[in-house]
Design a protein around this ligand. Structure first.
Ligand code: MG
Length: 160
C-alpha cells in the first residue's frame, strides 16, 4: 500500500462590511472582510479541508463546528495548527501543498510570500513547500462580481 495520500479542499466566503479581511493568516487592507463564524480565512479553510481529506479525517465542519461558541472569531491559523497536531499524531508528514485564491480584488501579490510563510510556520514546513497563486474570473460569476472569495488547495502527504 502506498504511503502517499492526496487531498483536495475548496471553500467560498462572501464579502461583508465591518470585518477585517484575513487571507492565509495575513490581514489584507480592504474595505470589506469575509463573513464567517471564525475569522473566515477562506484560504486556510480550503487547506485544512485538503489536509483532513488526505488523512480521511472528515472535514473542518466536523472538527470545528460553527455552532461552537469556542470557534467564534477564531484564528484559522490556530485551527490549522490543530490540524498539524492531528497529522503528527496520525503519522503523516506534509510533502507539498499548492493553493489558489479566486478573487477580483484586492491584489494578492504584495502579500503572497507573507501568506506562504505564515502557513508554512503553522505547518512547521519550509516556505518552498507551500505554493500560492491568485486568479480572477474575468468578471464572471460571484467572485467576478466581487461578492466573495473562493479558494482551492491540493496537498500531498507521506506516511512518517
Ligand atoms: Mg470556510
Amino acid at each position: 500500500m502506498s504511503g502517499l495520500r492526496i487531498g483536495l479542499g475548496y471553500d467560498v466566503h462572501a464579502f461583508v462590511d465591518g470585518r477585517a479581511l484575513v487571507l492565509g493568516g495575513v490581514r489584507v487592507p480592504h474595505p470589506r472582510g469575509l463573513l464567517g463564524h471564525s475569522d473566515a480565512d477562506v484560504l486556510v479553510h480550503a487547506l485544512m479541508d485538503a489536509l483532513l481529506g488526505a488523512m480521511r479525517q472528515g472535514d473542518i465542519g466536523s472538527h470545528f463546528p460553527d455552532t461552537e461558541p469556542e470557534y467564534a472569531g477564531a484564528s484559522s491559523i490556530s485551527l490549522l495548527e490543530q490540524v498539524r497536531e492531528l497529522m503528527e499524531s496520525e503519522g503523516w508528514r506534509l510533502v507539498d501543498a499548492d493553493l489558489v485564491l479566486v478573487l477580483e480584488a484586492p491584489r494578492i501579490a504584495p502579500y503572497r510570500d507573507a501568506m506562504r510563510l505564515t502557513i508554512a510556520e503553522a505547518l512547521r514546513v519550509g516556505i518552498e513547500q507551500v505554493g500560492l497563486k491568485a486568479t480572477t474570473t474575468e468578471g464572471l460569476g460571484s467572485t467576478g462580481r466581487g461578492e466573495g472569495v473562493a479558494a482551492q488547495a491540493v496537498v500531498l502527504l507521506e506516511r512518517v
